[in-house]
Design a protein around this ligand. Structure first.
Ligand code: GLN
Length: 446
């Protein structure tokens, strides 16, 4: 049924870059046989899902929506693929994204933009826009995405589904094509909080192949699927209701706050004063790390090559032809911020700001259990409307990037609908490794 839906609708949505119908059918038949034989099956067994195209899948193209990796077939699986593979899910294909996960609308894909299933003239958000559109459009029951500065949470919000960025280190990054290694994290995009907890169960845990992976026990997240927010202290930071935020977005989040209060939660006003510097810090740190990570695309080891007279010309030709404009912009910003003479003024300053952002949260979490905020200042915008205005695009990330800087977990879930019929999302932020706390709060609200 899912494959049929993909056939019928993906021509409009363009959620998938690569479809793996044959592999999907084989897995489905195997799952049928497992069930028929009375085998004990797991949550994901036979459940059709989609994988963002920056997560390495052995034998299946992993393009990062870039011409650089257009024909790259990884010889190995990412750890998350190995982990979910044990449950035999049905993988329907690899989903569209902003090139190398740089963007917030999926319009930076080198191949085609994805459309929002709630309104085809709007973006699905990004960079995991293909995963969000697939789940929201019923073209997958669940999906994996990656979140460096909001790329799971913002598209989930734009498409009216649930998305979670786990604590940095909770899910292995081994086999996730690196964008900004100190910020990247893989997580689930699902139709509801129950599915989110189940998918997180399948992917979370220590991995010796990821040096930043956290050695800590993984709880059974489905145990947090209980309705109970009595006495829960929810922090409300004024700084997240940024200038230019749609009134409807702010109103919906405030309505959710009132609902939580009615259910017995205690609302505490808090201040996270360095929030206003988070975008500037992020847009120095992320490009700086990207500059280093993307230096591997040199036309030699793997990926595309465009020939030249000598090696320097070959590298130049390759990178000129195969990287898109946003990727080039980030490489230039990153190199600038890291160069001698500017390192102290930009990169080092950004690192200091990152610490201050984290300390704001540390202080707040002495008083509250979770923090509730909007996800983005607006609902899904029209395709083409801000793609030529990078600054405008970056400002969309005001509520999502601070968590990545601090490494905290955050869940995005629907809390309203705009007058134009577009979904509005809110974010619940947790203490480090307190995915359980935010799942419980989200489940109760949902
Ligand atoms: N929109 C942000 C950026 O362009 C976040 C991207 C992400 O989380 N991968 O960098």
């Amino acid at each position: 049924a899912f494959l049929r839906r993909i056939d019928n609708l993906d021509g409009k949505l363009h959620a998938y870059i690569t479809k793996t119908a044959d592999l999907a059918m084989a897995a489905a038949k195997k799952a049928d046989a497992q069930i028929a034989a009375g085998e004990k099956i797991s949550f994901l067994t036979g459940l059709p899902g989609a994988i963002k195209d920056n997560i390495c899948t052995e034998g299946t193209k992993t393009t990062c929506a870039s011409k650089m990796l257009e024909n790259f077939v990884p010889p190995y699986n990412a750890t998350v693929m190995e982990k979910i593979g044990k449950e035999n899910p049905v993988i329907l294909g690899k989903t569209n994204m902003d090139e190398f996960a740089m963007g917030g609308s999926t319009e930076n894909s080198a191949f085609f933009p994805t459309h929002n299933p709630r309104n085809l003239s709007c973006v699905p958000g990004g960079s995991s826009g293909g995963s969000a559109a697939a789940v929201a459009g019923g073209l997958a029951a669940w999906a994996l995405g990656s979140d460096t500065g909001g790329s799971i949470r913002q598209p989930a919000s734009f498409c009216g589904i649930v998305g979670m960025k786990p604590t940095y280190g909770r899910v292995s990054r081994y086999g996730l094509v690196a964008f900004a290694s100190s910020l990247d994290q893989i997580g689930p995009l699902t139709r509801n909080v129950t599915d989110c907890a189940n998918v997180l169960n399948a992917i979370a845990g220590y991995d010796e192949r990821d040096s930043t992976s956290i050695k800590a026990d993984v709880p059974d997240y489905t145990k947090s699927l209980v309705e109970d927010v009595k006495g829960l202290k929810i922090g409300l930071p004024a700084e997240y209701f940024v200038d230019g935020m749609d009134k409807e977005v702010a109103d919906s989040v405030h309505k959710a706050i009132a609902d939580f209060k009615a259910m017995g939660a205690e609302i505490v006003d808090i201040s996270l004063p360095h929030t206003k510097y988070a975008i500037a810090a992020y847009y120095l740190i992320a490009p700086a790390e990207a500059t280093t990570n993307l230096s591997r695309y040199d036309g030699v080891s793997y990926g595309a090559r465009v020939d030249g007279e000598d090696i320097v010309e070959m590298m130049t030709n390759t990178r000129t032809a195969k990287f898109g404009n946003e990727v080039k912009r980030r490489i230039m910003i990153g190199n600038y911020a890291l160069s001698a003479g500017y390192y102290d003024a930009y990169y080092l300053k950004a690192l200091k700001m990152r610490t201050l952002v984290k300390e704001d949260y540390d202080k707040a979490f002495q008083k509250v259990d979770v923090i509730l905020t909007p996800i983005a200042p607006t609902t899904a915008f029209k395709l083409g409307s801000i793609i030529n205005d990078p600054l405008q695009m970056y400002l969309q990330d005001a509520c999502t990037v601070p968590l990545n800087l601090a490494g905290l977990p955050g869940i995005s879930l629907p809390c309203g609908v705009s007058s134009t019929g577009m979904p509005i999302g809110m974010q619940i932020i947790g203490k480090p490794l307190d995915e359980t706390g935010i799942i419980k709060a989200a489940y109760t609200y949902e």
